[in-house]
Write a new protein. Sequence first.
Lengths: 196, 243
Amino acid sequence: MLKKIIFQFLALSLIFTYSAQSAESGGMPQLNPEFWISQIFWLVLTFGLLFIILSKFILPKISNNLETRKSQIVENIETADKQREETEKKVREFDKIINDTKVEAKNFFNSERQKVLDDVNNKKLSLEKDIEQEIIKAEKEIDQLKKTSQEKVTKIAIETSSDLIKQLIGEDINKSSLSAIVEDLSKKEMEKHNGI
Amino acid sequence: MAANPMYQFNVYRIGPEIKINNIDISFTNASLFMVISSLAILIIFNLGTKRSIIPNKIQLLAELSYSFISKMISDTAGSKAKPYFSFIFSLFMFVLFCNMFGMIPYSFTVTSHIIVTFVLAAFIFIGVTIIGFIKHGIGYLKLFVPSGVPMVLLPLIVVIEIISYLSRPISLSVRLFANMMAGHTMMKVFGGFVVSLGIVGGWLPLGFSVALTGLEILVAFLQAYVFAILTCIYLNDALNLHH
């Protein structure tokens, strides 16, 4: 709409200016063929040179730059990937080493503990043996002592009883009958003491 | 004289008259802006070829435009169009820079001349046709016979297809030329309004002028893009015969 009005105005003004400057210029300068050949010549020259210089020197450089950038980015991504893989591998190795060390430490600890326990056990056993021997020895001694003491006691009892009887009655008694009585009594006493 | 909105499109000679075999190829203001645009492209993109892994701003600009156009070509014409990348890149950049330099006040817009755009479009048309015949031989003519059309309609369709094919250079060149000319004329007209309405009433057209400048910068980019993408589409027709 606006363009239409402008064009109408343009046409009118053209008519007016044409009548005013008819000697100078006629309507659209574009349709004046005076400089057509010159324009074509210079267009071909400048555009041709532009095309040749752009296509031979400048555009290959730009495309080369873009290519190198692209390839460098790809390369960088590749190296980054590789390094990441390596890192993961290293991390795995590290984990493995830590695990191994843990297991080793555990094993070592266990074996040491076992050793200590064995040692303790051995010592305990030998101690127990010693103690048992001591006990047996002591029991033997005790038994011996018991035996001898009984005999002695019987002897003493016989002596004292014979002395007592001597003092009471004033005469000696057959020692063998006395000892038989004492033994019988002490046996009974022992049975009473040990038995029931 | 300067109030004439068409005056900005005048071509005039700069320096001496150069004639070869009676043909005038003098250096004009149009030639000057072609040279300036090409030099600007070359300087900017040459600065953008530094070999650094992390690009600076100009390098980023160059590499972004490279990938932008590369993507545009592969999207519209496929991977077979790779060899024509430099041509389409140069074409897009040339049209874009000519359009953009035209936005500077008192400069000259190279692409607002039908002869310039027509030469570009005709070159593309001829080139694409030659590529088509080289790739497909006489089979390239199948382009004019769409598949799945009833036999009755075929003569009509073929005629329409041929006309549309032949009008490609005209539509391509006129689109760019008309857009640039109309935009610049409009800006000139509004500028004229600002001057003639003065300090009292000139603010409204001034606002329009400012808005139009933004629009024209957009159009300058868009037309360069359209020019390049239509070239890609024509190239696609020639490279991948789909019919």
